[in-house]
Ligand binder design. Structure first.
Ligand code: SIN
Ligand code: CO
Length: 385
C-alpha cells in the first residue's frame, strides 16, 4: 500500500522502505497536493520570540554565515535585510496542531523514530549552506519555492569549513538540482550532502527522525540499573584475604567484580521494556501537563457520544509492546495493560487525532475504558476544545 506522500508515485511503503529509507534520496512532486501551511511566516517569527522555543536566524553573505539563537526580539525581524536570511524553529509540532498533524502522513515510520517538525522561513537566497545531517528527514515544501541541491548517496567527504558557526561542508558537488514548490517533498537519508536555498521567500517543513546511539543507550540503561534495590547489588567480600600491598586489586576482587558485572545479564523482556521507556521518553525539560481535574469515564463517554475529537499530547511518543505481556508507553511511562485493551492501544498509537466513533468502538472492554481514563488523567489525551 502507498502511504499518502508516496501515492503520487504509486510507490508502496514496502518499496520506499526497501529502496530509499536510510539509503537513497527520493523526490516526490505533488506528494501532499492539498498541503496548506499550518502557520504563516509571521506566526513562525512570533513563536521564535517565545521562551522555551528553540530557534535560529542564519544570515549569509558571499563569504560568511552568522547565527543568532532565540528567543528573539520582535525588532530583530524588522532589522533583517530583504534577502539571504532564514529563520529555523524546532519542534513546531509542540506548538501548532496543524504542524503536528503533518506527522501523521508519515506514520509508515514507527513512532519511536519520530523527532519533530522543524519549520524554516527563508527570504530569497536564504539557507544554511551545504551540510549533512545524521538523521532521516522528509522536507515538505510549503508556500514559495526552494532550490535543493543534493547528493545521490551519503557522502564520504565530510570535511567542514573551519571556524564557521554552522557545520558547512568544505566541498560540495551535488548530483541533483531541483526546485520544490508547495506540496513537493524530498526525502533525504542520513549523510547525504544537501543545500536548500530559497528561490522565492518560502516555508519548508522538515519532518525529522531520530535514532539513538549506543552511548546514549548505555547511559540511559545505566541510570535504569541504578534503580536496582541497593542491597541486591552490593559488593561483598566476607572472605577477604590478607594481601601484601593494600594497593593491589587482587585476583579475588577482580573475579568478584567480573561476576557482578556479568551477573547483570538482563532478560530479553527487561531489555525490551527498558528500550520502550527510553525510546518514548520526554526530552529534558519537557513534561506532559496534567489536567486540573481528571475526567471520569461517564464524562468522557458523554463527550464521545457528542462526537468530540480527542488529540494526543505532542510531548511524549506513544509505543507499545505486545508480547509476552502488553505494555503501553507514553512519554517514558510504562502502563501495564490487559490484552482486552489492545484495540485501544493500537488506536491511540496509530494517529494523533482520534475520532469519537473509533474510540467508542475500541472502548467495549472495561480494560480499554480504564486505559482511556488513565491516558486522560496523565494528560496524554485531551478533547479538542
Ligand atoms: C532548512 O529548512 O533551511 C534546512 C533544512 C535542512 O537542510 O536540514
Ligand atoms: Co539539513
Amino acid at each position: 500500500m502507498a502511504a499518502p506522500p508516496l501515492a503520487r508515485l504509486g510507490m508502496s511503503t514496502s518499496r520506499f522502505l526497501r529502496d530509499h529509507w536510510q539509503k537513497r534520496p527520493l523526490l516526490v512532486r505533488g506528494a501532499l497536493p492539498s498541503f496548506e501551511d499550518p502557520l504563516s511566516a509571521e506566526e513562525l517569527a512570533g513563536l521564535a520570540c517565545e521562551d522555551g522555543v528553540e530557534s535560529r536566524i542564519v544570515t549569509r553573505t558571499r563569504t560568511r554565515y552568522d547565527v543568532r539563537y532565540g528567543p528573539h526580539e520582535e525588532h530583530t525581524f524588522l532589522s533583517l535585510p530583504e534577502a539571504r536570511w532564514t529563520l529555523l524553529v524546532q519542534e513546531v509540532n509542540r506548538h501548532v496542531p496543524g504542524a503536528a498533524d503533518l506527522l501523521d502522513a508519515f506514520s509508515f515510520i514507527p513512532n519511536v523514530r519520530v523527532d519533530d517538525v522543524m519549520v524554516s522561513y527563508a527570504a530569497p537566497g536564504g539557507g544554511v549552506g551545504p551540510h549533512i545531517d545524521s538523521y532521516d528527514v522528509f522536507l515538505v515544501q510549503g508556500q514559495g519555492r526552494r532550490r535543493w541541491r543534493y547528493g545521490a548517496t551519503a557522502t564520504g567527504d565530510v570535511a567542514l569549513v573551519e571556524g564557521a558557526p554552522l557545520r558547512i561542508l568544505r566541498r560540495f558537488s551535488p548530483d541533483h538540482d531541483e526546485i520544490l514548490e508547495a506540496g513537493d517533498m524530498l526525502y533525504l537519508p542520513p549523510g547525504v550532502a544537501h543545500e536548500g536555498t530559497a528561490d522565492t521567500a518560502c516555508l519548508t517543513y522538515s519532518v525529522g527522525f531520530r535514532a539513538p546511539n549506543l552511548a546514549e543507550m548505555y547511559m540511559d540503561l545505566s541510570d535504569a540499573l541504578c534503580d536496582l534495590p541497593a542491597g541486591a547489588a552490593l559488593y561483598r567480600d566476607p572472605q577477604l584475604a590478607p594481601q601484601h600491598n593494600p594497593g593491589l586489586v587482587s585476583p579475588a576482587a577482580r573475579a568478584r567484580v567480573r561476576s557482578m558485572i556479568r551477573g547483570l545479564a538482563l532478560s530479553d523482556a527487561e531489555i525490551d521494556r527498558w528500550y520502550a521507556r527510553f525510546a518514548t521518553r520526554l526530552k529534558p525539560g519537557h513534561e506532559i501537563p496534567r489536567p486540573a481535574r481528571a475526567p471520569r469515564w461517564p464524562a468522557i463517554l458523554r463527550r464521545l457520544e457528542r462526537g468530540d475529537v480527542v488529540v494526543r499530547s505532542e510531548e511524549g511518543r506513544f509505543a507499545y509492546l505486545d508480547e509476552p505481556r502488553i505494555y503501553l508507553y507514553v512519554g517514558g511511562e510504562e502502563l501495564p495493560c490487559h490484552r482486552a485493551a489492545l484495540p485501544m492501544i493500537e488506536l491511540v498509537c496509530s494517529a494523533r487525532r482520534l475520532g469519537a466513533a473509533d474510540l467508542l468502538r475500541a472502548s467495549k472492554a472495561v480494560a480499554a475504558r480504564e486505559l482511556l481514563v488513565r491516558l486522560f488523567t496523565l494528560g496524554a489525551l485531551s478533547f479538542v476544545r
